[in-house]
Write a protein that binds this ligand. Structure first.
Ligand code: PEP
Length: 251
């Protein structure tokens, strides 16, 4: 049984005090949650204060990126042990905004995944097609290629630590959600690709989220699909009430 995972990607929002205030608004709204994992991913500068605010709450801390070297002369980068030392458990890797604005390639994403795993961080690896690719009918082959590149050289036991987030780029921050059937269909293709790379049991153990304009009012329908194991939430995670309603989709 895969435990659903709902993660909030706060992107480049919230000063440390604002991030703590968001946690303080969120925690009571979440109440007790069962049979799901909840993660919030503030910017690097708010990780330390959010770590404190989350103590004892059951909500896990995530980061939005990491570099692939453990230390060294890499001005401006953040190494995996630095995140680990702050209590970070998950790290979003290969988000389409990083691929698009910062030139991250499949190869770089793969290196970052390996480095994260080596230091005990669980990657949330983002994949997804552009609108042009969807319209050209190459969504499934493109996403399959991204998944194969991301998992390249990763052993089955480590692969089970990863979470995949299927995020069609045309649905991120646009208000356009993939239909739950569209999302389920591509996620099923991702699971098949994982089965080919590993085996049925490994593929069945890896959680695959949907991301792209997830809101409180479309989460329940998405979660009814058999292949969807949770959500990576951008905009709606910045509002405590919305994010809590997304987490409690089945109340
Ligand atoms: C995201 O940034 O991963 C995302 C899915 O954003 P939004 O929910 O705002 O579309």
């Amino acid at each position: 049984m895969r435990v659903p995972i709902v993660a909030g990607n706060w992107k480049m929002h919230k000063l440390p005090d604002e991030a703590v205030a968001l946690c303080q608004a969120l925690i009571p709204r979440l109440g007790e949650f069962h049979n799901r994992e909840v993660v919030v991913c503030p910017p690097f500068t708010a990780l330390a204060s959010v770590a404190k605010a989350l103590e004892g709450t059951g909500v896990a801390l995530g980061a939005q990126n990491v570099f692939h070297e453990p230390s060294g002369a890499y001005t401006g980068e953040i190494a995996p042990p630095m995140l680990k030392a702050l209590g970070v458990k998950y790290v979003i890797l290969g988000h389409s905004e990083r691929r698009q604005y910062f030139g991250e390639t499949d190869e770089l994403v793969n290196k970052k995944i390996k480095a994260a795993l080596e230091h005990g961080l669980k990657p949330i690896v983002c994949v997804g097609e552009t609108l042009e690719q969807r319209e050209a009918g190459i969504t499934e082959s493109f996403v399959k290629g991204q998944v194969e590149a991301a998992f390249s050289g990763i052993l089955a036991d480590d692969a089970k630590q990863l979470v995949v987030a299927y995020e069609p780029i045309w649905a991120i921050g646009t208000g356009k959600t993939a239909t739950s059937q569209q999302a389920n269909q591509v996620i099923a293709v991702i699971r098949k690709a994982l089965e080919s790379l590993y085996d049925g049991a490994t593929a069945a153990a890896i959680r695959i989220q949907y991301g792209g304009s997830v809101k409180a009012d479309n989460m329940a329908e998405l979660m009814q699909q058999p292949e969807i194991d949770g959500a990576l939430v951008g905009g709606a995670s910045l509002d405590a009430e919305s994010f809590a309603r997304i987490v409690r989709y089945d109340d």
